[in-house]
Design a protein around this ligand. Structure first.
Ligand SMILES: NC(=O)c1ccc[n+]([C@@H]2O[C@H](COP(=O)([O-])OP(=O)(O)OC[C@H]3O[C@@H](n4cnc5c(N)ncnc54)[C@H](OP(=O)(O)O)[C@@H]3O)[C@@H](O)[C@H]2O)c1
Length: 351
């Protein structure tokens, strides 16, 4: 079964679905998983320097016995060490992968390259990787409009792709970045695309996906899964899907998405409008790497009978008590993650 392609703005073609070696395989030996993915029909492997498993990704290709010419390999640039450039980092990756060239090289995250003009400088180094033939195409990941603007201003090449967290629960919030992709011919690539199904079970999308799945199964006359509904939604939008699985059956099911009947425009709209009822991101790599300190300035006016103010986040709980002129910190307690901020004030008698 051949995997249909999507065209990049540089003339190259990319298989519409990729097998990822991050998340479940992060810092793990990927040899067997990559071999199984290739044996079951995947032709696109999504790796990264940060996953710390490029050597085993390369070993998986060898173990599969598939010719290099039939496989599309992506890797991603991580934070640079002193003296390194995007080019020397890619040369290290190529040694680990056992390849002469990758098909796609991405800047993994703008948060890895901070400082005035730094992102543009790194993009110029990415362009050099392409012009020297170390990679066929270059692109970015986790870029927001301001990051794209920064590299488009200095670069001579537009990124071929931007790989971002994309599923119905973030779809609405992505509109400005998607508009920029359309304007500059940048392919949108999704990771975490199946998150609504198992990272947020019981969300508003569940009954909608089930209704569409059932309709597609009747039309097709053979089984259709929940995952295929969301993958089909993305495939029809020409989104490059990056997914993964430990199970050969599920791997074949992902690839079988192209044989699932199309969603109607009304069904696509329903996925998007229902998705917009819950905004939920599941990957927060940006936040973790930007800084260990987050500064929040609050101006709250409380009735005079309130004596205790509590500010609670996923990381800590701060108790303030009323001082002579303003509230003062009484105690700080670190917490394990929860998903939202809570602000509440209390009188001496309770909340
Ligand atoms: N650029 C970035 O910053 C970035 C960030 C995150 C990820 N990525 C890339 O994207 C790849 C895929 O990421 P992802 O894991 O988030 O993809 P995903 O497509 O959202 O999820 C794939 C996972 O879903 C599970 N799954 C699929 N259908 C399921 C169902 N019906 N019920 C329960 N579980 C189900 C699979 O588990 P089974 O093993 O059980 O099938 C698999 O572990 C990564 O490997 C990495 O290459 C990139």
């Amino acid at each position: 079964m051949s995997v249909p392609g999507i065209s990049f703005n540089d003339g190259h073609q990319v298989p519409w679905i990729a097998f990822g070696t991050g998340t479940a395989l992060y810092q793990q030996d990927a040899t067997e998983a990559v071999k199984i993915a290739l044996e079951n029909g995947f032709t696109h492997l999504d790796g990264a320097q940060m996953y710390n498993n490029e050597t085993t990704l390369g070993a998986g290709i060898v173990a599969s016995g598939k010719p290099r010419s039939e496989i599309f390999v992506t890797t991603k640039l991580t934070k640079l060490q002193s003296g390194q450039t995007a080019k020397t980092a890619l040369e290290d990756s190529l040694k680990k992968l056992g390849l002469q060239q990758v098909d796609l090289y991405l800047i993994h995250s703008p948060s890895h390259h901070q400082g005035p003009g730094r992102l543009g400088q790194v993009w110029k180094e990415m362009e050099e990787c392409q012009s020297e033939g170390l990679t066929k195409s270059i692109g970015v990941s986790n870029f927001q409009p301001q990051h794209l603007k920064e590299i488009l201003e200095v670069g001579s090449i537009s990124p071929a792709v931007n790989q971002i967290e994309l599923h119905p629960y973030v779809w609405k919030s992505l509109q400005s970045v998607l508009d920029m992709h359309a304007k500059h011919g940048i392919v949108t690539s999704s990771y975490g695309g199946l998150s609504p199904l198992f990272r947020e079970k019981g969300g508003p999308l569940d009954p909608v996906v089930e209704k569409i799945r059932s309709r597609l199964e009747t039309t097709r006359g053979s089984p259709v899964s929940d995952g295929q509904v969301l993958n089909k939604w993305m495939q029809q939008k020409k989104i490059l899907v990056v997914t993964t699985s430990s199970k050969p059956k599920r791997i074949r099911e992902y690839l079988d998405t192209i044989n699932v009947p199309d969603l109607t425009p009304e069904e696509s709209d329903l996925i998007e409008t229902t998705g917009s009822k819950l905004h939920k991101k599941f990957f927060v790599s940006q936040l973790r790497t930007i800084s260990s300190m987050i500064v929040v300035r609050l101006k709250l006016t409380l009735p005079s009978n309130f004596d205790l103010l509590v500010i609670e986040s996923q990381w800590f709980r701060l108790n303030f008590t009323r001082g002579p002129h303003h509230y003062i910190v009484k105690s700080l307690r670190r917490k394990s993650p929860i998903v939202q901020w809570n602000f509440f004030a209390a009188t001496k008698n309770g909340v």
